[in-house]
Design a protein around this ligand. Structure first.
Ligand code: APR
Ligand code: PHB
Length: 393
């Protein structure tokens, strides 16, 4: 029977980054992924990296292309009441964020892992985990028509929100916290220059809009939409018209439009499971928590989990001490809940929840307050650029 030290379920950013960092520290892992490599590498996701995430990617020795191609942003803008408020992230916090698509992070990770000869199994079906409450956990899966078994010391559940790992935990052993928002985001990718060199988050009576980008020639735009809306009802022209209506006039006037190369709708959700560890099983990234994309925290939180877990595993294999691993849940959850709070708050002040004019006036008052208060702006900025990491011991 095959054996590895850490069996990693899921080859999204969490699973790939974990296996890369473990490899650099002499720890063996096998990554099992349900989808094909092309499918995983082609998924369009978010694009803002916190400083700490950039540092972790550098620690994983895959920052070369990122350092070359990322766009460093010192600020973001909030649009409301027909105007644009620039938040100088760098002046307020001393930190910037990097715009570099998660799609690119994933490609860099796959390249690095394959170059290092990683055991990466794509199109692994029927993955099942067992015995994680003992010291001999096991993973079964099917690949190329055969059933395989993998013995391991630990299982890392990096298999996203719909993955098998969390679903295998007895319901009585965990607690779920969830909030579903009454709207989604309709996003498009287009090869047109971004309307602004920094991101614009816009509050409007018609609903939220976001102007983001992937490069100086590729833009990513979103508009808030109903949960029951279909992409087919949004031809490009309708999207561009609606986007422009939701932006300050001078921004809308300089918008360059063009054909979309991707268009999709995503629901918004906050979700946390507690705890994150069940015996030898650790839940990591989207398998353990989901935040609405407004705060740009999803990938960054996943990277923060990986950081704590890989250091705990390195400690365990080097010294035999499980102390850091025992604190995995507690350390990660403190950061997770702060990101859940920030993402919920930012979502709450920027989106249209109802036709209630009172609620909209409250949002505008909060945004107006922000614009006149360095304290309030600093609070937003320090959450947006990423809170400091907590020491593990
Ligand atoms: N068996 C094997 N693989 C699975 C299974 C399963 N039963 N279920 C899901 N997977 C795979 C998915 O196909 C996917 O490739 O696990 C992977 C999970 O990847 P992501 O969903 O990207 O989650 P994660 O790696 O934690 O990424 C962090 O933060 O908010 C987000 O957009 C952000 O996706 C990013 C995430
Ligand atoms: C994106 O570029 O896709 C993006 C940027 C910022 C967010 C969400 C998504 O808050």
């Amino acid at each position: 029977m095959a054996r590895t030290q850490v069996a990693i379920i899921g080859a999204g950013p969490s699973g790939l980054l974990l296996s890369q960092l473990l490899h650099l520290n002499g720890i063996d892992s096998v990554v099992l992924e349900r989808q094909s490599r092309e499918y995983v590498a082609g998924r369009i996701r978010a694009g803002v990296l916190e400083h700490g995430t950039v540092e972790l990617l550098l620690e994983a020795r895959l920052g070369e292309r990122m350092l070359r191609e990322r766009l460093v942003h010192d600020g973001v803008a909030l649009g409301f009441s027909g105007r644009s408020l620039r938040i100088d992230l760098h002046a307020l916090t001393g930190r910037s964020v990097s715009v570099y698509g998660q799609t690119e992070v994933t490609k860099d990770l796959i390249d690095a892992r394959i170059a290092a000869g990683a055991k990466l199994v794509y199109e692994a079906s029927d993955v099942a985990i067992e015995g994680f409450d003992t010291s001999h956990p096991k993973v079964r899966y099917r690949h190329e028509g055969r059933t395989h078994e993998l013995d391991c010391d630990f299982i890392a559940g990096c298999d996203g929100y719909h993955g098998v790992c969390r679903q295998t935990v007895p319901p009585g052993a965990m607690r779920n916290f969830e909030r579903i928002y009454p709207f989604g985001w309709l996003g498009i990718l287009a090869d047109v220059p971004p309307v602004s060199h920094e991101l614009i988050y816009s509050n409007h009576a018609r609903g939220f809009a976001l102007c983001s980008m992937r490069s100086p020639t590729r833009s990513r735009y979103y508009v808030q939409c109903g949960l029951d809306e279909k992409v087919e009802a949004w031809p490009d022209e309708r999207f561009w018209d609606e986007l422009k209506l939701r932006l300050p006039e001078e921004v809308a006037a300089s918008m360059v439009t063009g054909p979309s190369i991707e268009k999709s709708i995503a629901p918004l959700r906050s979700f946390v499971v507690e705890p994150l560890r069940f015996g030898q099983l650790f839940l990591v990234g989207d398998a353990a928590h989901i935040v609405p994309p407004t705060g740009a925290k999803g990938l960054n939180l996943a990277a923060a989990d990986v950081r704590v877990l890989y250091r705990g595993l390195v400690d365990f294999y080097r010294t035999g001490s499980a102390r850091a691993l025992e604190r995995y849940s507690e350390i990660c959850l403190r950061r997770i809940w702060k990101a859940v709070r920030f993402s919920w708050w930012f979502t709450s002040i920027m989106h249209k929840f109802s036709d209630d004019p009172f609620a909209h006036r409250l949002q505008l008052a909060e945004l107006d307050y922000l614009s006149g208060s360095t304290a309030a702006l600093t609070s937003l900025a320090e959450n947006y650029v990423g809170l400091p990491f907590e020491a593990a011991s």
